[in-house]
Design a binder for this molecule. Structure first.
Ligand code: KIV
Ligand code: ZN
Length: 385
């Protein structure tokens, strides 16, 4: 088994979701829950971006003790100074310094030559490493960068003091096999990577963020980044809970250990959804309302006989009490009988059959039949008797 660091960026990249704006106290509440969830590093914010974010990062740094707290900085000394002021009180402060390395970003956004980008990155990493015990450096838009340019700049920033090198798929452009190859290429061609951790950070523009992250893990990265519920810029970041559950369920494939306390998953997801106002789609893997719901008679019958027929994740693993049998038009007698027993209804066979028929008739007009609906049907049928 190999140890993987989990870097959560719900409070930074996640907060960059359109329409999300967390107050300082809300960020602290999420941070304390992320600590219970057992992430190794939480990126608390971008201290130079606003006074509010600076204060929130400072408070999180003071209160979170059981995990490293990171802050984002562009490659400028004033950003690094702001981050150091906000994070110096943390138990394990980390700077997350980034600069873009793709031709399109260097030419149009930074208006710098590749040589100037290398020099700026090296100067800033060196400056940051004089303050922070851990400097993480990111090559923004790495997946649209020239791999040999990445080799060159990584070698230089590592010499300057970077201890973690993150290669983000900033625009969600890569594919699993290509992303894995990129990490292999870097590993094989950068000569000074001993003791340096490589990190994957994926966005979901093509719906591949989790698959790409898992491919990077298979290719040997030592850190993975993501957000709760997959919130983040545009289509979002890799959903950290999906990655963690995949690693736990498919230990046979990935052979990875993390510190994550998966029984905190549902609670953490709900807190993030509530405070960000970003609702979780019902069919979302792991944390969606339907992720452990069974509706069809065939599935319900199978799950009632042995849950593993249709459930690869036990709900208890992510902190839920049980799965959910949804009574709808596809449900059969087995699930309906269980429900009657759960409601403590004492029915003769004839009464049960009559109630089951009324239930089936109701599903023609109602998508989900509730406990109250069943009790009302029972009352109607006893009045008719
Ligand atoms: O997606 C990205 O490139 C980022 C960087 C700031 C690391 O979030
Ligand atoms: Zn990002």
């Amino acid at each position: 088994m190999r140890k993987l660091d989990v870097f959560d960026t719900t409070l930074r990249d996640g907060e960059q979701s359109a329409g999300v704006n967390l107050h300082g106290s809300e960020k602290v509440e999420i941070a304390l829950q992320l600590e219970r969830f057992g992430v190794d590093i939480m990126e608390a914010g971008f201290p130079a971006s606003s006074q509010g974010d600076f204060k929130a990062v400072q408070e999180i740094a003071a209160r979170v003790k059981d995990c490293s707290v990171a802050g984002l900085a562009r490659a400028t000394k004033s950003d690094i100074d702001a981050a150091w002021e906000a994070l110096r009180g943390a138990a394990l402060p980390r700077l997350h310094l980034f600069i873009a390395t793709s031709p399109i970003h260097m030419e149009y956004k930074l208006r710098k030559t590749p040589d100037e980008v290398v020099q700026t990155a090296v100067d800033c990493v060196r400056y940051a490493a004089e303050r922070f015990p851990v400097v993480q450096w990111s090559a923004e838009d790495a997946t649209r960068s020239d791999w040999d340019f990445l080799v060159r700049i990584i070698r230089e920033v590592v010499d300057a003091g970077a201890r973690v090198v993150n290669l983000p798929d900033t625009v969600g452009y890569t594919t699993p096999a290509e992303y894995a190859r990129m990490f292999q290429y870097i590993r094989e061609n950068v000569p000074n990577l001993a003791g340096v951790k490589l990190s994957a950070h994926c966005h979901d523009d093509l719906g591949l963020a989790v698959a790409n992250s898992l491919a990077a893990i298979e290719a040997g990265v030592e850190q993975v980044e993501g957000t709760l519920n997959g919130i983040g810029e545009r289509a979002g970041n890799a959903a950290i809970e999906e990655i963690l559950v995949a690693l736990a369920i498919r230990k046979d494939v990935y052979q990875i250990e993390t510190r994550a306390n998966l029984t905190e998953t549902a609670l953490t997801s709900k807190l993030v959804a509530k405070l960000t106002g970003m609702a979780v789609p019902a069919n979302k893997a792991v944390v969606g309302n339907n992720a452990f719901a069974h509706e069809s008679g065939i599935h319900q019958d199978g799950v009632l006989k042995n849950a593993e027929t249709y459930e690869i994740i036990r709900p208890e693993m992510v902190g839920l009490k049980s799965n959910r049998m949804v009574l709808g038009k596809h449900s059969g007698r087995h699930a309906f009988k269980e429900k009657c027993e759960e409601l403590n209804l004492q029915l003769s066979e004839q009464q049960f059959n009559r109630l089951f028929n009324s239930f089936k008739a109701l599903t023609e007009t109602k998508k989900e039949v509730t406990d109250d609906d069943i009790l009302a049907l029972l009352l109607e049928s006893s009045i008719e008797e």
